[in-house]
Design a protein around this ligand. Structure first.
Ligand code: FES
Length: 249
């Protein structure tokens, strides 16, 4: 479904950490059918291009016509506020078929973009293990789906049962602190290759949460350098990309 402009109402605001809010939005039906990986570009103001760069709003739960998103505190959000939305933006996570075990990693950043995927996966009887490293370990466990296994650790030091969790995983999906992404993703790839003989296509996905000036593939502003014939636009091909295809050099 192509992204389109719509309006939504903030129905509830809940603080889950001093610097993290969850907002429940009343949305139109098309927006409520977001898939894990897709996001919304939001403007709180109804004043056209204010702010110029829309905020990237990441859904963490869907229920009927309500989409719950998670935002770092900073802006003032209040019930009744009207929001201009563009969405759904991006492609759903390119998941492999016949998943039974899924390994999710939040590398020194909150696991927000992985939560909807984790919820829907456990609903589909997929075993989910989530590894929280660095500042991700501060994330409140009661804000994660209770059916998933949560471990803490790091790429350097490892995590409990690291060999087993990687060996059993049918796919790995990760999000990394944007400041260190260029280091963390290659380190993750190296670790997976160290622990597995077979790393098929689309096995290790990484999220690229870049600013999105247009959200429709028109401006090339969210391009990621890739090894193949063309670079990828995170607003069209992403935000999750196969890390084997990304050019980190
Ligand atoms: S945000 Fe414009 S091409 Fe992706």
């Amino acid at each position: 479904m192509a992204p389109r402009e719509t309006r939504a109402t903030i129905e509830r605001v809940r603080r889950i950490l001093p610097d993290l809010h969850r907002l429940e939005l009343g949305v139109e039906e098309g927006i409520a059918r977001l898939k894990p990986g897709q996001l919304l570009l939001a403007r709180l103001s109804d004043e056209g291009w204010d702010p110029y760069l829309a905020e990237r709003w990441i859904p963490v739960a869907l229920s009927g016509r309500t989409v719950t998103i998670e935002r770092a505190a900073g802006n003032h959000y209040a019930p009744g506020q009207i929001v201009s939305l563009l969405g759904p933006v991006g492609a759903p996570f390119p998941m492999r078929h016949n998943l039974r075990n899924l390994l999710l990693l939040a590398l020194d950043t909150p696991p927000t973009p992985l939560i909807l995927l984790a919820s829907l996966a456990v609903h589909s009887k997929i075993e989910v293990t989530m590894v929280l490293s660095g500042q991700a370990a501060q994330y409140p466990l009661d804000a994660l789906p209770e059916e998933i296994e949560v471990l803490t650790g790091s790429l350097e030091e490892g995590w409990p049962n690291q060999v087993t969790t990687v060996g059993w995983a049918d796919q790995v999906v990760s999000v990394a602190n944007p400041q260190y992404r260029h280091l963390l993703y290659p380190a993750l790839l190296a670790k997976i290759h160290e622990l597995r003989a077979d790393v098929p296509r689309r096995y290790v996905l990484g999220l690229f949460d870049l600013p999105m000036p247009c959200g429709t593939g028109a401006c090339q502003g969210c391009s990621v350098s890739c090894k193949g014939s063309r670079d990828h636009l995170t607003c069209v091909d992403g935000p999750a990309l196969d890390l084997e295809e990304v050019n980190f050099g």
